[in-house]
Design a protein around this ligand. Structure first.
Ligand SMILES: Cc1cc2nc3c(=O)[nH]c(=O)nc-3n(C[C@H](O)[C@H](O)[C@H](O)COP(=O)(O)O)c2cc1C
Length: 387
């Protein structure tokens, strides 16, 4: 087993062990990928303020997210096609998250279905909904999530229409992959992936195939979104969906203060400041840059979380110090899954928790709840560089 010291180690293994089509699917942003790149480079601009001779004993990363106890304020974000990064990927990631004590979110566009994950795990997980222009599907899928014991609903509000990711078009992304010559040549070097995939029956969009009709190519993500996603989503519909669910709701994909205020006013239990990992509006600001103004606008009305660009515990620390009550990780756990399956997701979580804990201690803090702006050194003008 290779020595893994950081998330980048997992990323290298993920690239080596996973078909190019699916590695590229994870490792891309939309269009020029400017926002995708800035999500990480903006985190890197923020520095940490060292404090010495402070009692470091009795440290804790524990917290709560929408009232749920968590080992650290880091949830696994919804990631479509996780079961193509590794066979039964959603089940493996959900198990790792449950054992570690952090929430797992199942995407609408998962390979394993809601029922598959519920059957294979004990802890309740969260379900993420993409609203389709099909009321019956929306109602049924919420009933299925409720029946599976899902403890919160994540409504993604930033993807009524798909931002183009060039690599997916060039690779001809489908689930399962179509066996073209380049795909077969690539698979020849990814034999472990292929063997595991042959051993599972879960190779299609498990929440959708058999539950929705009228899509011309059910293996294609871009066809699904173009034909079935609801382009008319608005705040009334979001509110209706929240009422239909009747439980905890997290609105994910907020980057604007006015939108954050709307989200708080419709009663979201939490909002995720997110640009979808740079996969939607290319040219949007990084999440970490817009976080402080959203926290100051609505932080006393709803829990404000952040995702997009987190690759380390230091990044989590920076988000918490700027006022986030929680965070989500997408690629960081996908790298772990693609690298080593369930143990890889556990490794990703361990790496992040250890980095968070040690960095917090070296900043002179013992509890994630005590992190604050003063723990950071931020370049002049960074937070109000754009208006
Ligand atoms: C491969 C991939 C697939 C994703 N699929 C979904 C999805 O199905 N639903 C959703 O709400 N967000 C989806 N996202 C966005 C993530 O939930 C999250 O916002 C993003 O990954 C955070 O950025 P990070 O990857 O830099 O941590 C996806 C992200 C990636 C990388």
């Amino acid at each position: 087993m290779p020595v893994i010291t950081c998330i980048d180690d997992l990323k290298r293994l993920h690239k080596r062990r996973t078909p190019k089509m699916f590695y590229d699917y994870a490792e891309s942003g939309s269009y020029s990928e400017q926002t995708f790149r800035e999500n990480t480079s903006d985190f890197a601009q923020i520095r940490l303020r060292q404090k010495v001779a402070v009692d470091m004993s009795g440290r804790s990363t524990e917290s709560t997210m929408v009232g749920q106890k968590v080992a650290m304020p880091v949830a696994l974000a919804p990631v479509g096609l996780t079961g193509m990064q590794r066979a039964d990927g959603e089940i493996k990631a959900a198990r790792a998250a449950a054992k570690f004590g952090v929430p797992f979110t199942l995407s609408t566009m998962s390979i394993c279905s809601i029922e598959d994950v519920a059957e294979a795990t004990q802890a309740p997980f969260w379900f993420q909904i993409y609203t389709l222009n099909d009321d019956k599907f929306n109602r049924d899928v919420l009933n299925r999530a409720r029946a599976a014991g899902c403890s919160a609903l994540v409504i993604t509000v930033d993807l009524q229409i798909l931002g183009q990711r060039h690599k997916d078009l060039k690779n001809g992304l489908t689930a399962p992959p179509k066996f073209t010559l380049p795909v077969l040549m690539d698979l020849a070097t990814k034999w472990q992936w292929g063997l595991e995939m042959l051993g599972t029956k879960r190779r299609f969009f498990g929440n959708i195939v058999g539950h929705v009709e009228g899509v011309s190519d059910p293996s294609s993500l871009s066809t699904w979104t173009a034909e079935k996603f609801d382009p008319t989503l608005n705040w009334d519909k979001i509110k209706k969906l929240m009422d239909m669910w009747g439980g905890k709701v997290i609105l994910k994909g907020i980057l604007d203060v006015e939108d954050a205020e709307m989200a708080a006013s419709v009663g979201a239990d939490a909002i995720v400041v997110s640009n979808h990992g740079g996969r939607q509006l290319d040219g949007a600001l990084s999440s970490i840059r817009v976080l402080p103004e959203i926290v100051s606008a609505v932080g006393n009305k709803t829990e404000v979380w952040l995702d997009s660009g987190i690759r380390s515990g230091q990044d989590v620390l920076k988000a918490l110090a700027l006022g986030a009550k929680g965070t989500m990780i997408g690629r960081a756990f996908v790298y772990g899954l693609g690298a080593m399956g369930e143990p890889g997701v556990t490794k990703a979580l361990e790496v992040i928790q250890k980095e968070l804990d040690i960095s917090m201690a070296l900043c002179g803090e013992r509890n994630v709840h005590d992190l604050k702006r003063e723990n950071l050194l931020i370049p002049q003008g960074f937070l109000n560089a754009y208006s």
